[in-house]
Design a protein around this ligand. Structure first.
Ligand SMILES: *Cc1c(COP(=O)(O)O)cnc(C)c1O
Length: 391
C-alpha cells in the first residue's frame, strides 16, 4: 500500500493536491469556514435554493408524512408516491412526455448510456470535454467510444461518416453546458446530424437546468428542440439545490429505463427529504423566473467587471465565469489569497481541466447581492495586482 502515500506526495509536489474545505453553515452566498464568514463563489447553488425556506418547510412536511428512507430499490419496494409526483412535475416542467428519477446526475448517465448502447457492435460518439460521469458511463458499455473534438461539428460529421456502416446502435452524448468553460453545446447542429445519421441523442443538461431556457427549463427549451432530443439527462444537485438525477424523454424510453437501468434496479431510491425538497424547488421555478433572471444579471455583471480588469474569462455563454490563470500553482496561490481576504473560490486544476489552463471558476448565484459581487471584483483586482497578474 506504499503507493498511496507516494502518489499523494507527488500530487502535493506538483500542486495537484486539493485542499478540501468544510462548511460549518448552510450553503449560501456567505458561508462559515474555519469559524469565518466568507463570500462563496464556487458552489453550484445557482438559484440559492439549497437553504430556501420553502424547500426546508416542504422537506419537514414530507418527512412527517413519509419518513426518511425508501427501504428498497425502486423496482422492489422503494417507489413511493412522492417519487412519482416529482417525476410528473419534472416531465411537465421540461416539456417531456415522461421522466425517471435516479439518485444523482452521475447515476443518470450510468442509467442511460450503457443501457441504450450496451453492445460491442454499437458506437458511442462523445464530445472530448464531456463530464467524468459520462466518460465512466461509456466505460460500462462494450461499445467503442468515438471522441470528437470539442464542439467541432466538422470532426463530428467526419466521425459519423467513418462509422456509418457500424452494425449496431449509435448514440451521441454531450454536455449541454460545459461546466469548466461555460460554453453551450451546438445542439441545433447536433440534432440535425443525429437525425441524418440515425443516432440516439443524449444531452446531459446538468448546468443548464434551472439556468438555460424559459424560467430555467433547460437547453432543449433554450433552443426550442422539444421532441428532437431523445434523452435529457439532468441533475437536481445544481440549480435545484438538492440531490438527485433525472432522465427525461418519451414515455416508452422511461418505461424501458425503469425496467433495465442498473442504478434503478440495484441502488435504492432517492430519500424522501431529497424528493420533497426537489418538489418545492420545481414549484418555485414554475411560479416565477425571478431567480433565473437575477442569476443571469449577476453573471453578466461579474463577467464584464472581471474582464475589464484584464482577467482572461474565456468564452463562457452562461453565468459560469472562469478566471483562467494557467499554472496550477498560480491558481492555488490565488485561491489561498482570496480566502485570506474573505472569499471562498476553489482552484480548479488538472485533471478537471487541461494542463496549463488552471483557473478559479467563479460561480455566481441569484443569492448574491450586487454589493457581494463588488466585493468580489475588488478582491480579485487586489490579489491579481499583488501576484503581478494584472497591470
Ligand atoms: C455535476 C455534473 C454531473 C453530476 O451530477 P450529480 O447530481 O452531482 O451527480 C453530471 N454531469 C454533468 C455534466 C455535471 O456537470
Amino acid at each position: 500500500m506504499q503507493f498511496l502515500a507516494e502518489e499523494l506526495e507527488a500530487m502535493k509536489q506538483g500542486g495537484l493536491y486539493g485542499t478540501i474545505r468544510t462548511l460549518e453553515s448552510p450553503q449560501g452566498a456567505w458561508v462559515t469556514i474555519e469559524g469565518r464568514k466568507v463570500l462563496n463563489l464556487c458552489s453550484n447553488n445557482y438559484l440559492g435554493l439549497c437553504n430556501h425556506p420553502r424547500v426546508v418547510a416542504k422537506t419537514k412536511e414530507y418527512v412527517d408524512r413519509f419518513g426518511v428512507g425508501p427501504g428498497a430499490v425502486r423496482t422492489i419496494a422503494g417507489t413511493m408516491s412522492p417519487h412519482l409526483e416529482l417525476e410528473r412535475k419534472l416531465a411537465a416542467f421540461k416539456g417531456a412526455e415522461a421522466a425517471i428519477l435516479v439518485q444523482s446526475g452521475f447515476c443518470a448517465n450510468l442509467a442511460t448510456i450503457p443501457t441504450l448502447a450496451p453492445a460491442a457492435e454499437d458506437r458511442i460518439f462523445s464530445d472530448a470535454l464531456n463530464h467524468a460521469s459520462i466518460i465512466d458511463a461509456c466505460k460500462l458499455s462494450k461499445a467503442p467510444v468515438v471522441r470528437y473534438a470539442h464542439s467541432d461539428m466538422d470532426d463530428l460529421k467526419a466521425k459519423l461518416e467513418e462509422h456509418r456502416d457500424a452494425p449496431g446502435r449509435k448514440l451521441l452524448v454531450t454536455d449541454g453546458v460545459f461546466s469548466m468553460d461555460g460554453d453551450v453545446a451546438r445542439l441545433p447542429e447536433i440534432v440535425e446530424l443525429c437525425e441524418a445519421h440515425g443516432v440516439i441523442l443524449v444531452v446531459d443538461d446538468a448546468h443548464g437546468e434551472g439556468v438555460l431556457g424559459r424560467g430555467g427549463r433547460g437547453i432543449v427549451d433554450h433552443f426550442g428542440l422539444h421532441g428532437r432530443v431523445d434523452v435529457e439527462v439532468g441533475t437536481l444537485s445544481k440549480a435545484f439545490g438538492v440531490m438527485g438525477g433525472i432522465a427525461a424523454g418519451s414515455a416508452v424510453l422511461v418505461d424501458y429505463l425503469r425496467q433495465k437501468a442498473r442504478p434503478n434496479l440495484f441502488s435504492s431510491a432517492l430519500t424522501i427529504p431529497d424528493v420533497a425538497a426537489n418538489l418545492a424547488a420545481v414549484e418555485i421555478l414554475e411560479e416565477s423566473d425571478e431567480l433565473v433572471t437575477r442569476l443571469w444579471d449577476n453573471g453578466r455583471f461579474l463577467k464584464k467587471e472581471l474582464s475589464a480588469l484584464g482577467f482572461d474569462t474565456g468564452h463562457s455563454e452562461t453565468p459560469i465565469t472562469p478566471v483562467i490563470l494557467g499554472e496550477a500553482s498560480d491558481a492555488k496561490t490565488f485561491s489561498a489569497k482570496l480566502f485570506e481576504a474573505g472569499i471562498f473560490a476553489t482552484a480548479i486544476v488538472f485533471p478537471t481541466v487541461p494542463r496549463g489552463t488552471a483557473r478559479i471558476r467563479v460561480m455566481v448565484s441569484a443569492a448574491h447581492s450586487r454589493e457581494d459581487l463588488r466585493f468580489a471584483v475588488d478582491t480579485f483586482a487586489s490579489v491579481g495586482r499583488e501576484m503581478g497578474l494584472l497591470r
